[in-house]
Design a protein around this ligand. Sequence first.
Ligand SMILES: Cc1cc2nc3c(=O)[nH]c(=O)nc-3n(C[C@H](O)[C@H](O)[C@H](O)COP(=O)(O)OP(=O)(O)OC[C@H]3O[C@@H](n4cnc5c(N)ncnc54)[C@H](O)[C@@H]3O)c2cc1C
Length: 468
Amino acid sequence: MAPLWDVAVVGGGVVGTAVARELTRHRLDCVLLEAGPDVGAGTSKANTAILHTGFDAKPGTAEARLVARGHTLLSAYAAQAGIPVERTGALLVAWTEEQHAALPGLAERAAANGYDRCDLVDAAELYRREPHLGPGALGALSVPDESLVCPWTTPLAYATEAVANGVTLLRSCPVTGAERAGDEWQLATPRGPLRSGWVVNAAGLRADDVERCLGHDDFTVTPRRGQLIVFDKLARPLVRHVLLPVPTGRSKGVLVSPTVFGNVLLGPTAEDLNDKSETASTADGIAGLLEHGRRIVPALLDEEVTAVYAGLRTATEQADYRLEFRADDRTVCLGGIRSTGLTSSLALAEWVAGSLAAAGVDVGERPDAVGVRMPNLGEEAPRPYRDGDRIAADPEYGRMVCHCERVSAGEIRDACSSAIPPVDLDGLRRRTRALMGRCQGFYCSAEVVGHFARHTGRTAPQILGLAS
Ligand SMILES: Cc1cc2nc3c(=O)[nH]c(=O)nc-3n(C[C@H](O)[C@H](O)[C@H](O)COP(=O)(O)OP(=O)(O)OC[C@H]3O[C@@H](n4cnc5c(N)ncnc54)[C@H](O)[C@@H]3O)c2cc1C
């Protein structure tokens, strides 16, 4: 008979991997099921990558509480696990009298959320802090603890630590059905039925479908697409802070932000769609973003665009998260984690562990749980190509394969032999930055593919999807 897991976590995005990490730091046997070929490859890979303070959340909501707590937890964890974080701070810029008048109220909202470090900044000071800001700004609210975080290393770190502490990770393993049999759940998967005491639904855009499999029909996910433009690294000196708009009810609005990789982002849009796989960029979306960019940092439009991408927010009928802890049927729902799940991930995981303990599940701490230290992908800390001692000890770190992003043969080798190796070029990109630079693989893809093939025992046509 198949083994009986204590907890099955459905979905290997930043939320599900955070939960798996947290539970395996306790005495629980967990399995993490991811429908796709990799962890962190859904919405978690395509966001604006801001570590939010939660200053602008609606006070009293689950989101407000969990984002604030998540900011504290992820800030500490990132330092420990080597996840790149840059503390740029944010400036919420007012462009109209109405927006300017709203700033004191936003500072009060921040205080109601327990965040008291916001300051009002007049126009002169704003332009001193951001000399490339477009003309016409009337002032800003400064939010010094808004930070940049690496969206790719974060779920990878959680999953790597979970695996190191004994979680069984099953990739390409969607849950397609569920049945309650006595005290346990039987989950249908392509690898056969899987037995578990508890089920945690962290299926992101598909959380409503998984809820229905588990016998609950409380909400529907509407994908809200956010398109973004990535500008070349030469644009980086134009922007010092995250430049936020005054938020609307529907989204956080279009921002200009540096990234931990040294680029500048412009976006996202907010478009409600029907199709949960519609992550294409559109001409209208990009044109609209460029209009915003022209106002916020006009010089940005003279810079080269490196890439465009889009992510889908999990909007539901209510603005807050859809959290359910059901001790009666042993299911937990982490749905509707719309615009802030990267930040709140560790707080959501803490909430799950706390709720299990409160329900009488023995979740005692494991004293032998280990931590991880991830390869650095950020620009703020030294990367291997800048580390002479490392290159002297292992010349593969000095052999450049991707020149735009300065990714070495040693880093590609390490990624391929890591605990959760990439299965495709997208996965390799998220572990090393290879192919994501200004040439987008035009010059280096043959060599990157060659290294990837050598380390994975596959052929280049197989990697490129041209042969099975
Ligand atoms: C444009 C945009 C900007 C954003 N900006 C920020 C930001 O700056 N800061 C921030 O904190 N947050 C931000 N977010 C929000 C954040 O990205 C999300 O809240 C977060 O990624 C959600 O993670 P998740 O794990 O719930 O979902 P996902 O990452 O989508 O993971 C869910 C996983 O479940 C898997 N799955 C689905 N169905 C099944 C099944 N039946 N069986 C097994 N697996 C299944 C999927 O394949 C997927 O990998 C932004 C989002 C968008 C779209």
